[in-house]
Ligand binder design. Structure first.
Ligand SMILES: [Zn+2]
Ligand SMILES: [Zn+2]
Ligand SMILES: [Zn+2]
Ligand SMILES: [Zn+2]
Length: 380
């Protein structure tokens, strides 16, 4: 992850504390740890190699990238990718790195198998081309998405593949100036990748370091909101729900003020905020928020959009806890989830990690409705 700790004793150094190796920028809490690292920690042998790689941060990114590709992503996909070839370089084993294939999107059949390094190379070239030709923001954004979404099925990568691409993008842009757009986006991709692979402590520590760096260097409101979103995800995965709710509230109202109610980011945050309200048993507030935002999402994003589906899913959960008119609410919840679970499966495929969750939510809602019907039959 991003280096904010002493390389020897792991003391937290934030962005500025401690001292650095004069050659390779490896960070220490003080002279004692630096000396120890040189004499006993093998730094005398590694220092030159780290400097040659571009310094401690770059070296770390390269190392983590290799681990994420070889030990995690390619290993996790080995079974699924047997006998297949990369849709980019057409080989089974990468000619240079010898890495195996991955697939972590919604592609089915023989589509979508690739090497992480081929996906990364493609994203890097597309983005560089847009930068060189000064293509407008929309094109730049669309090109950037190649770090996160499959170019064939247009769905986000998940799990170990998402994590490997996070390290790939961080490794590609870490050397740029601190507030460079691609560097900031790369940290964001890395944080979502770490979360997607279940490394939530790491995601939180990278996210916190990023946010304080951005505040210190005067990043835009927009970019700070994006960094806060990432943080909320990590808090959530670590079960720190009060913090999630407070960050989510800030981020939602921040987007609303900055971009208005129809912006996709505002709508995405509305669903995130509503979701945590549900988790905190504040169902009435969740319902009220979604009543306002779902019609906007249907109109602006469309019925088949993942976020529109997600909002309706969350709304159905809130409905199940609304005791004003229990039977009607439960019926509406079941109907909503039937439609959401079907669309989810059709659009994202059975292999998507949330497809079974949508089906479970439907099962649960049907169970609650059946129970309620039995109870009212019994009391009648
Ligand atoms: Zn130390
Ligand atoms: Zn050094
Ligand atoms: Zn390839
Ligand atoms: Zn795909």
């Amino acid at each position: 992850m991003i280096l904010t700790q002493c390389a020897v004793c792991a003391t937290e150094l934030g962005l500025t504390l401690g001292k650095k190796c004069g050659r390779c920028s490896t960070r220490y809490c003080g002279a004692e740890c630096q000396k120890k690292h040189w004499e006993e920690g093998g730094h005398d042998k590694l220092c030159k190699r780290i400097k040659k790689a571009g310094g401690a941060e770059q070296f770390n990114a390269n190392t983590k990238y290799s681990e994420a590709v070889f030990h995690a992503a390619a290993a996790a996909c080995a079974e699924d990718t047997k006998g297949q070839t990369c849709f980019i370089c057409t080989q089974a084993l990468h000619w240079k790195t010898k890495e195996g294939l991955v697939r972590g999107c919604a592609c089915r059949g023989t589509a979508g198998f690739a090497h992480v390094s081929c996906l990364a190379e493609q994203a890097k070239i597309l983005f560089a081309e847009a930068e060189e030709n000064n293509l407008d923001g929309k094109v730049l954004n669309a090109r950037w998405l190649r770090w996160q979404k499959c170019s064939l099925c247009e769905q986000e990568y998940h799990g170990a593949v998402c994590c490997a691409l996070g390290w790939a993008s961080w490794k590609t842009y870490v050397g740029r100036p601190k507030l460079d757009r691609a560097r900031l986006d790369a940290i964001r991709v890395l944080v979502s990748g770490l979360s997607a692979a279940g490394h939530h402590e790491d995601a939180l520590s990278v996210g916190e370091a990023q946010l304080s760096m951005m505040r210190r260097f005067g990043a835009s409101r927009n970019n700070i909101l994006i960094a806060q979103c990432n943080l909320a995800n990590s808090y959530r995965m670590l079960g720190r729900f009060e913090e999630v709710m407070s960050v989510r509230r800030d981020v939602y109202f921040g987007w609303l003020k900055l971009h208005g109610k129809e912006h996709p980011a505002t709508l995405r945050e509305a669903s995130n905020y509503a979701n945590i309200l549900n988790n905190m048993q504040r169902h009435a507030e969740a319902k009220e928020l979604l009543r306002k935002t779902i019609p906007v999402a249907r109109r602006v994003l469309g019925e088949g959009d993942v976020n529109t589906l997600r909002m309706r899913w969350i709304y159905a959960i809130a409905l199940q806890h609304d005791n004003d008119a229990p039977l009607d609410n439960l019926r509406e919840a079941v109907a909503t989830l039937e439609s959401v679970a079907n669309s989810w499966k059709r659009i994202l495929g059975q292999a998507h990690p949330e497809t079974p969750k949508a089906q479970d939510a439907l099962k649960h809602a049907r169970g609650a409705l059946a129970e309620r019907l039995a109870a009212s039959a019994g009391s009648a």
